[in-house]
Design a protein around this ligand. Sequence first.
Ligand code: G
Ligand code: G
Ligand code: MN
Length: 321
Amino acid sequence: ARVASSAMPLYRETVSAPSGASIGISVRVPPDALARAWTQCMLTYLPVALLASVLLGLGAYRLQASRRSFREQLRRAMRAGEFHVYYQPVYGQASDRCEGVEALMRWDCPGVGPVRPDIFIAAAEAEGMIVELTRHLLTLVERDVGAWSMPPGFHVGVNLAAEHVSSDQLLSDIRAFVASIAAGRPQVVLEITERSLIADDNGQARRNIDALRAEGVLVAIDDFGTGHCSFSYLQRFPVDYLKIDKGFVQAIGPAGEEAPILDAIIALAHRLGLAVVAEGVETQLQFDYLKARGVTFLQGYFLARPMSATEFARWYAGQQA
Ligand code: G
Ligand code: G
Ligand code: MN
């Protein structure tokens, strides 16, 4: 269409037809119409864009704030003494008695109640708080173990997250822990997961573990068989125990059905010269099955549940009597 010559060119194109002729197309608009269209466009989309960016910003801020507040909440809970440690007896099959404990962290959050450890441990790992939390656990264990009187060599097992195992603070943390409980001459056992071996990109975890084992600390692979387990890591990464996950132990059926994977793991451990710890032993049948296959240590509700430090001291004294 033809419009006033003051109209602004908006679009221009020349198309050549198959006949050889060329057709010119040009679109022009009067400036005021163009300005009106732009204004309308802005009025429609600008509020939407503004709203979207405010919402995004608010979302990012709240995510940051909730992360910060989770870290602050953990620190506050540590200061307020809301964490404590439960101890689950570990039974030695050769001696037929309790030869150690595994320390398991508990959080009683006022107004909320007990928070499940798998939840707060996973959250602490995700928020970069696990090293701080584990250090706190070590101080609680120091206090508890100091109040017991156990025979020398009594096993004290603690769980370590992969991030801690591969950090350069591990050596000093564990050395300080060992020194602080040295009076009773216990045997410290570090329970690490398969992930600690696999995530060891720069070899720091391996160096830490080698150094601590050379100083007499024992190392167990926890929850064995549940991670991305690769047998080649076991060959390259020397440890002392394989701790078989309760899932495999529970495969021993109520009528004593064979558990082929469990049998294979026990055989593999023995071939590698590793002692086996079975966890989650809940029945007499499972207990007998594992004992018959030469499992060194057993742990589970059939033997004893995790208990507080004072309950454990009383229970242990009762066992000796
Ligand atoms: O009792 P149980 O529900 O405690 O523990 C649940 C899980 O939490 C287990 O896999 C156990 O290994 C883990 N866990 C308990 N205490 C600790 C701890 O102090 N550190 C780490 N890394 N894991 C722990
Ligand atoms: O993953 P790790 O081995 O660190 O955790 C031990 C977990 O197993 C703890 O949550 C502990 O309370 C739990 N546990 C200990 N004994 C038994 C048992 O006999 N049966 C079951 N189902 N869980 C157990
Ligand atoms: Mn464990």
